[in-house]
Write a protein that binds this ligand. Structure first.
Ligand SMILES: C[S@@+](CC[C@H](N)C(=O)[O-])C[C@H]1O[C@@H](n2cnc3c(N)ncnc32)[C@H](O)[C@@H]1O
Ligand code: SF4
Length: 457
């Protein structure tokens, strides 16, 4: 890792899980705006859509957590929450064209497996009864393995789940203890075997984080080596995002001592190297998949896409309808986010109202910029002819619509981060760590307001 580049580019930049980033959403976006956006969403391609369900509860708070979560609520509140979630699905479905195929369902959190599995089954039954779920839909759930047992896994499979994302973070028990997290109740290898045992269609992802207290370059590499032995279908190595202004608990980690930037970059470098040497293919920046994975195939053909739930393929996954607290619907022309408060959410739904807290209506320049940033983050490259054709424009016309800055591009090129020509920009292997910085150079909003972001490393 080149220290000079690290000094120059390790500056706060958005993670671009959406464009504009969620901290640009406006408070004056209303439930009426969302209702209109839902109706309009029916006319946008692709025809296949995704559903996102948020279960915010967690049995224990991990100090590093940057997710929208809350401590476990009493049983009657959990029940009221699940009832409200079902009502929200019914309310929104009145405006959504039901013949559209649902290609992806994702339960995220918080910890979806923190609540009784019967609740998850009830929600799934309602989804099947309300929407047209594709026979080969991906039905995914994020699970904390500390709270899984075999019966729970059986019930999840019966309910239709076929992709399980297990939050491992690290196999080292001391690291987990330091961040207030329990380790898996069953050996992770046994969970994977059990899930895949009688079905070829079940896939397992493992999540890891590097940059936590007590992690060393050696210990994290050892964790990745253990993960490789378990052969998960996908593996994500998240860079720890230190955002104490969002989650004050993270300050505890500062006191415990965070690894240096150089060590953090080495963890990423050595972890990636090990994965690549052992048959995994890099997707975007921090995802790794086996060679036969549809994401790798999509990346090879330049048709990778991304939404708040992670990477997906442009062919199969379109707009996202989100349900539950903090859920963000990602429609072609708008984002709409629900309130983060469980009580506010339940009472809005019980009054028959959409619990919208904020949102954003995109103009044409923002839709074009979103395309550029998504393309870069997913496919590592921009081919101006191809991208402008999607907007029925000539390349030069399209470049002037987005924030094309030749001076900055030359600088990235001189620093070995990109290779570029008139029709093409490609992120180099060495430049992958700073892909967010290149994306930010196309972002006209980034310097317009005083926002805080995590650093690339
Ligand atoms: C909603 S959690 C996964 C489900 C479950 N709550 C768990 O922890 O196992 C999603 C993932 O986000 C990642 N994550 C959470 N906080 C993070 C942070 N501050 N920086 C980077 N990744 C983070 C973790 O890897 C976690 O597995
Ligand atoms: S990492 Fe997962 S289990 Fe831990 S607090 Fe965050 S959402 Fe909950």
């Amino acid at each position: 890792m080149n220290n000079e580049l690290l000094q120059k580019y390790n500056t706060p930049v958005p993670r671009y899980t959406s464009y504009p980033p969620a901290n640009f959403f406006k408070d004056d976006y209303t439930a009426a705006d969302y209702q209109l956006a839902l109706k309009e969403s029916n006319s946008w391609e692709p025809k296949s859509v995704s559903l996102y369900l948020h279960i915010p509860f967690c049995k224990k708070m991990c100090f590093y957590c940057g997710c929208n979560m809350c401590p476990m609520a009493p049983e009657n509140t959990v029940k009221s929450y699940v009832d409200a979630l079902k009502s929200e699905i019914q309310l929104a479905s009145k405006y959504i064209e039901k013949s559209r195929l649902v290609s992806q369902v994702h339960f995220g959190g918080g910890t979806p497996n923190a609540i009784a599995v019967e609740y998850l089954k009830e929600i799934m039954e309602l989804l099947f009864a309300t929407f047209t779920i594709s026979a080969d839909a991906e039905i995914a759930i994020e699970c904390n393995p500390a709270y899984l047992d075999y019966k729970y896994l059986d019930e999840l499979k019966k309910a239709g789940f076929n992709r399980f994302s297990l939050g491992i973070q690290d196999f080292n028990k001391d690291v987990l203890k330091g961040v207030n997290r329990d380790s898996s109740s069953i050996p992770v290898g046994d969970i994977i075997k059990y899930l895949k045992n009688d079905s070829k269609n079940v896939a397992v992802n493992l999540d890891f984080i590097y940059g936590l207290p007590l992690q060393t370059v050696e210990s994290f590499t050892e964790t990745i080596a253990q993960a490789i032995n378990l052969r998960p279908d996908r593996l994500v190595t998240f860079s720890y995002a230190h955002v104490p202004w969002v989650n004050k608990n993270q300050l505890v980690l500062e006191k415990k001592g965070l690894p240096s930037n150089t060590d953090k970059a080495k963890m990423f470098e050595l972890g990636s190297k090990l994965l690549l040497e052992n048959g995994y293919k890099a997707i975007g920046f921090d995802h790794f998949v086996l060679e036969n994975d549809e994401l790798y195939i999509a990346q090879q053909s330049g048709t990778m896409h991304r939404n708040f739930q992670g990477y997906c393929t442009r062919n199969t996954t379109g707009q996202v309808y989100a349900f539950g607290v903090s859920g963000i619907s990602q429609l072609y022309k708008a984002y709409a986010q629900n309130t983060k408060s469980v009580n506010e959410y339940i009472s809005a739904i019980n009054n028959g109202e959409f619990p919208i807290k904020k949102g954003y209506s995109l103009n044409n320049q923002e839709i074009a910029t979103r395309e550029v940033i998504t393309e870069l983050m997913c496919n590592r490259q921009l081919i101006w002819d191809a991208i402008s054709a999607r907007f029925n424009m000539k390349a030069n016309q399209f470049k002037s619509l987005v924030n094309y800055n030749e001076v900055l591009l030359r600088q990235f090129s001189d620093d070995g981060i990109i290779q570029y020509s008139e029709n093409n920009i490609r992120i180099t292997d060495d430049g992958m760590l700073f892909i967010r910085n290149v994306a930010a150079s196309f972002d006209p909003l980034i310097n317009t307001q005083n926002k805080q972001y995590s650093k690339p490393v």
